[in-house]
Ligand binder design. Structure first.
Ligand SMILES: Cc1cc2nc3c(=O)[nH]c(=O)nc-3n(C[C@H](O)[C@H](O)[C@H](O)COP(=O)(O)O)c2cc1C
Length: 737
């Protein structure tokens, strides 16, 4: 909803908002130059009468004296047949030079206020300011939701480089842009008298007594007024003996008899006038030039916003799966719901959609989060959820379970899970979805089916079963889409473990040097590593295969390298390829975020447990322990002489206290053991840390993970604690392969 509001407003008003912002940025320099050029009026220093006297002596046909919001005094006068204006010294009344805003400034002012289109333009400019309010507010709310609240405002923004630019500039400028756009909108509304500007109007009816005029210096009503209060003093017209002085001050408007010097009428400004002046000052910076400059500087970011925003939208639009003839919600008989994070499940949904449509069905395919929409003609639902982490929902299904709770609808349903048997909870989210539907009494069209690693054969078989259930001839042909990859170059490798039959390599990759060349803009914006954190996953597609293999990351992109720890598996296609890779060799890779496997915020202790190559992300977490929280690392290898991975770096981390304690276990030394054994030895200390809110992160093989769970349960149970509970609270998270 917010995103739609932000995108639609941005696309509709981009050019208008850019014009307003750039013209505003140019105008923001004016208050500075005025402030530098003209001496300021000092409060209590000069009275209007005395100053007006000097001016009138020099310019007998003076029309008015205006004090601008920046504090400059400007006199308008007639000189025979021509009119002129000059800046005067507020102390002496002496002329300082002509007051002539350049043609350029006038043009930019008109462009900013009315787009050079008169009243209609003023209204459009007002709408532009309102669009800017919507964009800033919706953008700020989206950013907060993404970062996890206002307190997380300084956290690194995740996403593509374009998204990070957009959000990063937003974070820097949002307050200034909100101020500019809110004040601009208020001023536009005041122009059309939709909100008060509070200014009083002189009552037109009053006339002076006539007769010979007093010299302006002798007008009593002016003598009492401090120049710092002046807004405008309009002189009486020479040809009309009863015409009066009109004096506008910060308090109101008075008319003063030119013959007697007495006040005839006084209209106080309404309460809103101070507010309007304040709004005017905030918007223009007149009277507060540093703020004006700051707002102007922020406004220069708007074209960048527009460009990055348009590109983000375009990429999302292009990436949106297209379903030719996607039936409307009102007419669809079959609803296909897709839960995908990486996008591949959409390809399977497209094949299913096509096949059902060809068989004469009216089909609507939408993300799983669209479960709440009304589908009045729907006869069945086919749900295709992928799984992430410990049975977690992918992005397009994040709200599915919550929305399911509020639904009356019960349709025959089939769930087809997509996952990977390498993960301990294979198709875990599909299981959760299927159980939730069961529990709510949705009739089953087909029993739950799970597809391993996007297998086209398993998918086709499920299609046959579905065809039988529906009485349709379905021929499902889906080819797993190859994820979009980027090339990386091996820049460093350290090999361990060959002597103990556990060849393991720490491999560091960087963007290839030639990725800085090519298109001209690459020189300005060299391709950087995409955003990732330790614990995220890199998918690597080895040559001669279409199937990615996943590895946990030991580095963050800000380290400048993508680092993984790979154990060579007997007969393993990808691990053998990686172990044989020479420096300069390349891989095709892509990133999958793994937000579930990450240290929680705060300073509670971390207990990191791993074995073998599972140390990769655990070292990454330790390396980035900027807050100095207690970290206890338990790790198991075979022989310290051969496969003590990251030995030097861990020693450094212990020395500078990023690591509190390192407990190792080696299995192939006399009297050796496993990591579970170390946990058991430290049971009391672990229990104490868990009671203090510690989070446990485990990474490594399945057998080790099972052993660790058993050991921890044995430690927790006697103390009345429960591992399942810790899992629910995200305080026990495992990344197991
Ligand atoms: C970080 C990550 C975590 C994953 N976790 C699981 C899991 O716990 N269980 C599972 O069965 N599959 C898991 N998978 C595999 C995906 O569910 C599978 O590749 C799926 O086909 C992806 O579909 P999508 O591209 O539409 O998101 C994981 C994949 C990644 C990248």
């Amino acid at each position: 909803m917010l995103r739609t509001l932000h995108s639609v407003t941005g696309l509709a008003a981009a050019i208008l908002v850019v014009v307003l912002a750039l013209s505003g940025a140019i105008l923001s320099v004016n208050p500075v130059s005025e402030w530098m050029a003209a001496p300021a009026v000092r409060s209590g220093h000069t009275e209007i009468a005395a100053l007006a006297d000097v001016v009138a002596a020099r310019r007998p046909e003076v029309d008015k004296i205006v004090r601008t919001a920046s504090g400059t005094l400007v006199v308008s006068y007639f000189d025979g047949t021509s009119a002129g204006s000059e800046v005067v010294d507020p102390e002496t009344g002496a002329a300082l030079g002509p007051h002539a805003p350049s043609g350029f400034t006038r043009m930019v002012t008109n462009l900013h206020r009315s787009l050079l289109l008169g009243q209609t333009g003023r209204a459009v400019a007002g709408l532009g300011a309102a669009a800017m309010v919507i964009l800033t507010m919706s953008g700020a709310l989206m950013l907060m939701a993404r970062l996890g609240g206002w307190r997380a405002i300084l956290r690194p923004v995740r996403g593509t480089p374009m998204q990070r630019w957009h959000a990063g500039i937003g974070r820097l400028t949002m307050v200034a842009l909100l101020l500019s756009s809110l004040t601009g909108t208020y001023m536009a509304l005041a122009t059309f008298e939709l909100v008060p500007d509070g200014s009083a109007q002189a009552s037109k009816s009053s006339e002076g007594v006539g007769g010979p005029r007093l010299p302006v210096g002798k007008v009593a009503a002016l003598a009492a007024v401090d120049l710092a209060d002046l807004r405008e003093l309009a002189f009486p017209y020479a040809g009309d003996p009863t015409d009066t002085y009109t004096l506008t001050t910060s308090r109101g408007v008075s008319q003063i008899d030119a013959a007697t010097g007495e006040v005839l009428t006084f209209e106080a400004h309404a309460a809103g006038s101070r507010f309007y002046e304040f709004v005017y000052m905030l918007h223009t910076g007149q009277g507060l030039w540093p703020l004006g400059l700051l707002l102007g500087l922020s406004a220069t970011a708007v074209p960048l916003f527009a460009a990055t925003g348009a590109l983000i939208w375009w990429r999302r639009f292009k990436a949106m799966p297209r379903f030719p003839g996607n039936a409307s919600a009102a007419s669809a008989e079959t609803i296909i719901l897709v839960g995908s994070e990486g996008g591949s499940t959409w390809g399977f949904a497209a094949a299913l959609h096509q096949s059902l449509t060809a068989a004469g069905q009216r089909v609507r395919t939408v993300p799983m989060n669209a479960i709440g929409s009304p589908y009045p003609k729907a006869a069945r639902m086919l749900i295709l959820p992928a799984t992430y982490g410990e049975g977690t929902a992918p992005a397009s299904a994040s709200a599915f379970l919550a929305r399911l709770d509020g639904l009356d609808m019960r349709l025959p349903v089939a769930v087809l899970g997509f996952g990977d048997r390498q993960f301990p909870r294979f198709c875990g989210f599909a299981d959760t979805v299927s159980a939730a539907l069961d529990a709510r009494g949705w009739p089953s069209l087909l029993s739950l089916c799970r597809i391993d690693r996007q297998s086209a054969q398993e998918f086709a078989r499920w299609g046959e079963d579905l065809g039988v259930a529906l009485g349709l001839d379905l021929n499902l042909k889906a080819v797993a889409a190859r994820p979009k990859t980027f090339s990386l170059e091996l820049v460093r490798r350290v090999d361990y473990g060959a002597e103990v039959q556990a060849p393991t390599a720490i491999l560091s990759f960087a963007m290839p040097a030639d990725s800085r060349h090519g298109a001209w803009w690459r020189t300005l914006f060299p391709a950087g590593l995409p955003q990732f954190e330790p614990g995220d996953i890199v998918g690597i597609i080895p040559p001669g295969s279409d199937r990615p293999r996943y590895y946990s990351l030991a580095s963050a992109n800000r380290d400048g390298v993508l680092e993984i720890c790979v154990r060579k598996q007997p007969g393993g296609h990808c691990s053998t390829f990686l172990h044989d890779l020479d420096l300069g060799g390349r891989i095709e890779s892509f990133i999958r975020p793994n937000p579930a496997f990450r240290p929680s915020a705060g300073k509670a202790p971390l207990v990191l447990i791993g074995a073998g190559a599972g140390i990769g992300p655990l070292v990454g977490f330790t390396r980035h322990n900027e807050t100095g929280r207690p970290i206890h690392l338990y790790w198991g290898g075979r022989n310290p002489a051969s496969d003590f991975l990251y030995r030097e770096e861990l020693t450094e981390c212990l020395a500078d206290q990023r690591l509190t304690a390192l407990r190792t276990a080696f299995s192939r030394v006399p009297g050796g053991g496993y990591v579970q054994g170390r946990l058991a030895e430290d049971g009391a200390e672990l229990l104490d840390m868990i009671r203090k809110g510690a989070q446990i992160l485990v990474c490594g093989g399945r057998d080790m993970a099972v052993g660790v769970e058993r050991t921890l349960e044995a430690i927790l149970k006697p103390a009345g604690l429960d591992l399942a509970r810790l899992k629910e609270e995200g305080r026990y998270v495992a990344d197991v392969y």
